[in-house]
Design a protein around this ligand. Structure first.
Ligand SMILES: Cc1ncc(COP(=O)(O)O)c(C=O)c1O
Length: 283
């Protein structure tokens, strides 16, 4: 089933499966659209603590009750970039009642290069209560065309198809999506670029004394030291003045961090150079 971005699908899932009195779970620093979609459906959002900025399966299972209708898991998550291995996803699924829908949001799946990772396609293909969402917004670079998709049990896809708008995905977006899946060279080049620059950025930023959350996606979460002059807000302001736009993530519970997407070589080098000068001058 296709949607106007996977955001639309996440909202449709919430609308279809949640109502007042129901609860839906996401993790402490999980993608914020879940909370918005849960609240818009009139249900109660339940944010479960993470461990090392990573989803904790035991903590999620502890919070599941008969009221829990959906568990949303971004794997990898935005803005942390952390992921849980597939055996952990399976353990999460095994611990859920069949009346709870597990939504595996694999928006960044194409970027992940880890042997213990799976997007969830197999689980969504076999289990009655698992649906996987994907997007053309990330590795395919088509965010502005708004194209995402969901794969899961016929009953869930049927519910989504009956509740979506009949014209939710435009013809140009469909044409671009079809072309994009055929463009394997683009995906390979994007993965190779990301592999190289994600580790370069992580090492360089760590070398500047900044803590970087280990990321499996195409971005890094950079934590700044507390204290006047060296914080994320000051760094963000300076970078913006140079035309380098990172993302403030205070709304995600990280008041003193910035999320940086892996960019071009020029942009990556510019951010590291500016941050080096910033930390030096502020120090
Ligand atoms: C984890 C995650 N899921 C879903 C989305 C939604 O992307 P889109 O609606 O463009 O498909 C994003 C985008 O930021 C994301 O980070």
């Amino acid at each position: 089933m296709c949607g106007a971005g996977s955001d639309e699908i996440l909202s449709l899932l919430a609308q279809a499966y949640l109502s007042a009195g129901d609860e839906a779970i996401f993790t402490e620093h999980g993608f914020l659209v879940y909370k918005i979609a849960i609240l818009a459906a009139g249900a109660t959002p339940v944010a479960v603590p993470e461990t090392d900025e990573t989803a904790n399966v035991d903590a999620i299972l502890e919070r599941v009750s008969e009221k829990t209708k959906i568990v949303f898991l971004a794997n990898p998550n935005n803005p942390t970039g952390t992921y849980i291995p597939h055996d952990e996803v399976r353990r999460l699924h095994a611990g859920l009642p069949s009346s709870t829908l597990l939504v595996l949001d694999a928006a960044y799946a194409e970027y992940v290069r880890r042997n213990d990772y799976e997007s969830g396609v197999e689980l969504a293909g076999h289990a009655d209560n698992v649906v996987m969402t994907r997007t053309f917004s990330k590795i395919y670079g088509l965010a502005n065309l708004r194209l995402g998709w969901a794969y899961g049990p016929a009953a869930v896809v049927d519910a989504l198809n009956r509740t979506r708008g009949p014209f939710n995905v435009t013809g140009p977006a469909q044409a671009a999506g079809i072309a994009a899946v055929g463009d394997r060279a683009h995906v390979e080049a994007a993965v190779a670029h990301n592999e190289k620059w994600l580790s370069w950025l992580s090492e360089e930023l760590t070398g500047l004394g900044l803590r970087v959350t280990p990321s499996a996606g195409n971005f890094v979460l950079i934590h700044f030291p507390d204290g006047a002059g060296k914080d994320a807000a000051s760094a963000d302001q300076l970078l913006r003045e140079k035309g380098l736009v990172l993302r403030r993530v205070g709304g995600y519970g990280f008041p003193n961090a910035l999320r940086m997407s892996v960019g071009t070589e020029e942009a990556n080098r510019a951010v590291v150079a500016e941050l080096a000068a910033f930390l030096e001058s502020a120090g």
